[in-house]
Design a protein around this ligand. Sequence first.
Ligand code: HAM
Length: 434
Amino acid sequence: MSPTEKQKEKPEAFRAPKGMRDIVPIDEPYWEKMEGVTKSTARSYGFSRLEPPILEAAALYNKTSGEESELVLKEMYTLRTKGGDLLALRPEYAPGICRAYLEHSLGRVSQPQKLFYIGPVFRNDRVQLGHYRQFVQIGFEILGGQNDPIYDAEVITMARNILSELKIKNPILKINSIGCRVCRPNYKRQLQGYYKNHEKELCEDCTRRFATSPMKLLDCKQAQCQPFKEKAPNLLDKLCFACKAHFRAILEYLEEVGASYEIDSHLVRGLDYYNRTVFEFFADGKEAEIGALGGGGRYDYLMEMIGGHALPALGFALGAERLIDVMKAKEIAVPPKPQKRVFLAHAGTLAKKNAFVLREKLLASGIGVAEALSRESLGAQFKVAEKEGLSLALILGQKEVYEKSVIVRDLAAGTQESVLIEKVVDDLKRRLKA
Ligand code: HAM
């Protein structure tokens, strides 16, 4: 066979799909930290986990995130089942959480329901810095109960606390109120009236959205639309009395806990279901380029959109990969947890069998074990122990097998002693505790 024929025969080298990444062992400390902080924050604020399936009916997102939203129009991955159902890989969590809330009548259990989640979402986004096609969202939602601004302040404070636990200092909080059913229609008409004079100068997306979602024009990032945004009527001046009072109360709560914020009257968010409060967090400095670290807001009308009653609801989601990107860029160290493990070494075939059995005994007693049982030379085995950074080793040789003992070696101090197998678990527990 010629070399070119051989090359032709070489199986294709597969790569992860564009915009989707493997979580590799070197990043494990970041993910562990992220999960740990999420779960401990959830526990301390009284949130329980709800994980909807990754696939949901595509119509759920059309109805809530918005048929005109970028998310639904351009970014949703859909598939047709053999039975003919149109499903979507979830592009976000909030609609699925609300669907599950209704499906399981969670409102009857207690009010409000405080729910959290951590899992992958999928968006056919343009791949660039901070934009992936599969990424993990960490989110918290409060459903039901009173329409109280204290909850808005609570979720914002939680997001801030998570960033602080991850050592992401001085995050920038942008916040706005986009009004309600009372004040928004009027504002939309005013906005359309204003933009009508500039219709021909707008980008393609804004021209399309002008009639149906005029507020999205405030969020446009295209250079040609920026001058019009600046002079557009400000919704904050047009809020109804109730929305104004709600927004003011949130800001007061935030001030009470010393949370700084920037009011951004152009912040409207890309999803259709929001009302009143919307907010986003960014890293400070040049890492702000990575994009929003998290965002959320109130969505009191979402339940109605999917067949429930109007229900006070709000929440936020953080993008885990963006958090990790910022932590890496800012060189925030995530030290691996100290290891409560011992290294198990053997010399000889009989000792190997005994080591195999001893490992099971140690694991059953809650002692973690590192080993290189497939390596025969002690030197090679200890190289692995060194690489793992372990300071305690057990050595089983022919002599130890016959004496029903094991050598316990303190690798850091260079000392060792012989311990009877029946006493080794207690001995190790004592040493590991020390
Ligand atoms: P979102 O702003 O679309 O909101 O996404 C939340 C976060 O997910 C963003 O702030 C960002 O950190 C991350 N993210 C978004 N797109 C990407 C991407 N392509 N690659 C990497 N990370 C990304 C929502 O999804 C709402 N469901 C949040 C919410 C919950 N609102 C109320 N409750």
